[in-house]
Each structure stands twice: as C-alpha cells, then as structure tokens.
Design a protein around this ligand. Structure first.
Ligand code: GLN
Length: 312
C-alpha cells in the first residue's frame, strides 16, 4: 500500500505520534500467553481516506493479531449471508456494560447482547460458510483480505496459544449451545473464531479496513466490494454503541466516533465518507482498550472535529 509521507496530515501524525508514544500506563494482554510477548513500546498510527490515500507513522507496518477488531466485519458477513432478521434471532444490539468476555446472555431471548462481545462474536462466527475447517478458514481470510486490499494470513502461534487456553470462550460457546444460539459443535465454531482473532494485520491494514467501512463497503485501494452497502450502517451503529466494551458510553461521549478495539492493542475507527483510523500499541487498560490508542483517537477526533454530535 502506497503511503504518503508529506503534507499537513503526515506532519500532524508525526507530532501526535511523538507525544502519544511517550505515554505510559496499561499492560500488555497476557491471558493469551503468546500476546504477553508483545513489545509494550510499539506504537503506530495510520489514516486511510475514502479516496485511497494512506498516512502512517511509527510502527504502522508492524504485524499483530486483529483480535476483536475482526468482530464488526464478521458481523457484516453474517448480515450479508442471512439478513437482519435471522441474525437478530442469534445476537442482539444492546450494549452490555460488562467485560468483553463476560459469560452472560440476555434473559429475555437467551441470546448474546451484541456482536462486539465474545459471546456475540462466537455466535456470529458460526455463519462463516464452508463444509470443513479449511473451507471456512479460506472464506474468512478472503473476507479480511478484501477488506485490507492484500492477502492476509493467520498467526499460527497466537491461534494455538488461544485455542489451548481459551476455556472461558469455550464456556461461553457451551452456554450458547445450551440455549440454541449456536447449533454446530462448539469446538468447530471456536476453531474459526480463534483463527479469525489471529489474523495478522498492520495499522495500515486496519486503517484501510476502516476506510472500507467509511466507503460504503468498497475498498478504496482496490475498488473491490468487501461488504454490502446495505449493512454498513448496522456495523457502524453497533461499533458506536458497543465497540469499546464497557467503556463504550464514555467513548461516545468524549470521542464520538464508531470504533472497535482488540486486546493485542489496536483500535480501528471509521468516519463515514471520510477516513479510517487505526492505532496500535500493546498496553491495554482495564476495559481491554489500548491506552495509547484511546489517547490518539481522542486527539484525532478533537483536532479534526470528528465527534458525530459536535458541530463546532
Ligand atoms: N480473541 C480474544 C478473546 O476472545 C479477543 C478479545 C478482544 O480482542 N477483546 O478473548
């Protein structure tokens, strides 16, 4: 992907990076043992525009696993495959106010609260087409590769590490088997879910994926459609209300842009018709959001006037 190094946006980003990369606080995620090896000093920021320009600073080309930033995209895939009504029977659109990995379903419908928490994402992962693990992996990678505009792969070490230790997600999957929210064998669904979380991306990739959402589902670099335009508002709405987990309310209040975070330390945001933003820095706070990522997005949203409800 061609990155623009000059101009006011590039200058702005290097200033921002200089300040943000020096911030302390947070800890690298360690509940997935392989993630604990991440260098806490890494810090990259990238912006991609809907007309195909990319601006990037710091460690924007460093590869990490996408983790929960995968969730909005697979939700879009499920909507495209089965439509709103069917998907709504398996996953709601209510924020939980609870941790991303909480073992809870809404007690009216017995379904996961929303597709941005693990329970909802695991339910949604069942919709990935394929008769074998290999076919499902190929289809899942095809989705992410279209979104990023280049062929993406899985970080096998992170995948195995989470598969071997992700018993909390196993508990969630079995609870949903019990309520009929998933129908296929939990291990089969967890296999694709853990692999989806272990897709290797860079900040530049995530910025392009955000720009694809901002561009009505068409990747601005390749011109290829990755998701149907019809479901982009669904994706952005749940990102807005649930993307930052139990920090989502404060995030909307202060930053006011639809975004999604992942425990490897990334945050991706999308501003419809304008840009995708991505920040990567491994230390995360108590909600599971990158400390430097939150700080950088807060500044970008303020400086570019991006808060959806702030008009001046
Ligand atoms: N793979 C991680 C999990 O299921 C994703 C969580 C996250 O990024 N918040 O726990």
């Amino acid at each position: 992907q061609p990155v623009s190094a000059d101009g006011p946006i590039a200058d702005y980003l290097s200033d921002l990076h200089f300040r943000i990369s020096r911030l302390g606080g947070g800890n690298v995620a360690s509940y997935i043992p392989e993630l604990a090896k991440a260098d806490p000093n890494l810090c990259g920021i990238a912006i991609a525009t809907t007309d195909g320009k990319i601006y990037a600073v710091g460690d924007a080309d460093h590869a990490f696993t996408i983790q929960s930033v995968s969730k909005p995209f697979v939700y879009g895939y499920a909507l495209a495959r089965y439509g709103r009504e069917t998907v709504l029977q398996r996953v709601g659109v209510e924020p939980t106010g609870e941790a991303f990995n909480s073992i809870v379903l809404d007690d009216k419908h017995n379904r996961p609260f929303n597709p941005m928490v693990n329970a909802g994402a695991i339910a949604v992962a069942e919709t990935i087409r394929g008769k074998s693990d290999d076919e499902r992996v190929a289809n899942m990678l095809d989705l992410f590769s279209r979104l990023a505009g280049r062929q993406l792969d899985i970080d096998e070490a992170v995948f195995r590490s989470e598969r071997d230790t992700g018993h909390r997600n196993r508990a969630i999957a079995y609870m949903m088997l019990n309520t009929g929210m998933i129908r296929r064998p939990p291990e089969e669904i967890l296999d694709i879910y853990f692999r989806q979380c272990a897709v290797k991306v860079t900040c530049v990739d995530l910025a392009v994926m955000g720009a694809t959402l901002a561009n009505k589902g068409i990747n601005p670099l390749t011109g290829q459609r990755a998701l149907p335009e019809e479901y982009i508002p669904d994706i952005l709405t749940v990102m807005n209300s649930c993307g930052m987990y139990n920090y989502a309310g404060q995030w909307s209040y202060e930053v006011g842009i639809p975004a999604k975070s992942g425990v490897a330390g990334s945050i991706m945001a999308a501003i419809p018709g304008q840009i995708g933003i991505a920040v990567f820095s491994p230390p995360i706070d108590e909600h599971g959001n990158s400390v430097r990522g939150v700080a950088a997005c807060r500044e970008i949203a303020h400086d570019f006037g991006l808060h959806v409800f702030k008009t001046s």
